[in-house]
Ligand binder design. Structure first.
Ligand code: PLP
Length: 453
């Protein structure tokens, strides 16, 4: 395979800067660092236009890529579908792969979540879930005016206005108000550090109690739903204590509030099970999914709910042009087939234990590593400037580690106080070992440069 010559790069970069709006990175940073322009990928490896090679331990910088680059089987499934019938619109028009995928999802989703609405992105899935919850209460008639939604500190649920209104991530949230009214935020059960310095178990219990208090404050009759990521991404893979989601489930049921688990990142094997809610022994009322549903090959997402909820609504008032696009359906079916055939979920569970042990033994003695945590193919290294107080770095230390790892050829991301790793599920033990080795070298370099020894 060939790459474009180095001499093409300055022109391409100039063209990008002249004509593209780059999101979530400041213009000054783009001006200093430029862009990463990738030319090709294979397995877990990526090459830039100027032929730099990277080991992608991030799943295509979005955590979507669970099956690596250059998967011919998925590409062929999409191609075959597109040349057969690519798209027939939405509403009462559909295709066989959409029906087959809805059937397959019903099989792998937890509990009786067996009614599916297809979308193209995670944001559309969350919008669809919020509308579903509100329409359900209106149709059922017991709480016809329920419009409020409770979310959590640090939550990320997408970039469209409805999603943004239940999101607490400043780079996207800080736009002029008003956002969609009626939403409020309660604390989330962060691991390692919390505002009161109590144990993780006590903090998780307090967070569940906050939910009950918030429901009383807002009035249960006004609240349609509670939304949360089963394992939150903010500040790195926040795996709550086992009891947390069970308590949340009980509280939502008690007050007739629909529980939406946003599994846009955690769905489709990232944590070693099809959906992360399974790991906490709960069945939500609604699950949102996207990203790894199609392993990033084409945009695909979905909202799943129980028959009781879907049946209560005479007509679901929500529509997107590309809902159930046949190419996306074919890709997602193939992705599930490959994950089942290659037993990638059980491999992810085993690799998760392996990677945790390797990271802990390589990084445990670093003066700036506070905690290493993770599950399946999703791990975080949480940094601190003071192990006794667990104080996070307020400067660029975590970013410096990320940059050092990039320099050494391994792609990871800095997420708040942590470095996040989300390797594709096909990553080999050798590739995971390489990531650990590079993390240890980068952390050592940064820690010494900053006087931590
Ligand atoms: N929900 C969660 C938990 C996410 O992590 C994301 C994206 O990162 C979204 C929703 C939004 O998905 P998208 O960017 O596909 O609209």
């Amino acid at each position: 395979m060939t790459t474009q010559s180095d001499s093409n790069l300055p022109a391409l970069l100039k063209s990008a800067l002249d004509h593209m709006i780059i999101p979530i990175v400041s213009q000054s940073e783009i001006a200093t660092n430029g862009l990463s322009i990738y030319a090709r990928g294979e397995g877990c490896r990526l090459w830039t236009e100027d032929n730099r090679e990277y080991l992608d331990m991030l799943g295509s910088p979005t955590r979507a890529n669970t099956l690596g680059y250059g998967n011919q089987e998925i590409a062929k499934a999409v191609y075959d579908q597109l040349v057969n019938v690519h798209f027939v619109g939405t509403a009462a028009n559909t295709t066989e792969p959409a029906i087959r995928l809805a059937e397959k999802l019903s099989e792998i989703l937890p509990g009786d979540l067996s009614r599916i609405f297809f979308v193209s992105t995670g944001s559309e899935a969350v919008e669809g879930a919020l509308k579903l919850a509100k329409q359900y209460h209106q149709a059922k008639g017991k709480k016809p005016r329920a419009y409020k939604v409770i979310s959590r500190w640090n939550a990320y649920h997408g970039a469209t206005m409805g999603c943004l209104s239940v999101t607490d991530w400043l780079p996207v949230r800080n736009i002029p108000d008003p956002r969609v009214p009626g939403n409020s935020f309660i604390p989330s059960p962060t691991r390692y550090r919390n505002p009161f310095g109590v144990t993780d178990e006590v903090w998780a219990e307090m967070c569940a109690t906050y939910l009950e208090k918030q429901i009383e404050l807002e009035g249960p009759e006004n609240i349609a739903a509670f939304i949360g990521e089963p394992i939150m991404q903010a500040h790195g893979v926040q795996i709550p204590t086992q009891n947390y989601w069970r308590r949340v489930r009980e509280i939502c049921t008690k007050h007739d509030i629909l529980l939406i688990c946003d599994e846009v990142i955690t769905g489709f094997g990232r944590t070693g099970t099809w959906f992360a809610s399974e790991q906490f022994g709960i069945v939500p009322d609604i699950i949102t999914m996207a990203k790894a549903m199609s392993a990033g090959y084409v945009p695909a997402g979905a909202v799943a709910t129980r028959p009781e909820i879907a049946d209560a609504i005479p007509m679901y008032r929500n529509v997107h042009t590309y809902s159930g696009h046949a190419g996306a359906m074919a890709a997602s079916l193939k992705v599930i087939e490959i994950k089942e055939r290659e037993e990638l979920l059980s491999k992810a569970r085993n690799n998760g234990v392996y990677l945790q042990e390797a990271l802990r033994s390589a990084l445990g003695s670093s003066p700036i590593v506070g905690e290493v945590r993770g599950i399946g193919h999703w791990h975080a290294i949480d940094f601190t400037s003071d192990k006794s107080t667990k104080a996070p770095f307020e400067d660029e230390t975590v970013k410096a580690v990320m940059n050092a790892m990039h320099e050494m050829g391994v792609l990871v991301t800095a997420i708040g106080h942590s470095i996040e790793m989300s390797p594709p599920l096909i990553a080999s033990r050798e590739e995971l070992d390489k990531a650990v080795e590079v993390a240890a070298a980068a952390i050592d370099e940064v820690s010494k440069a900053r006087g931590f020894g």
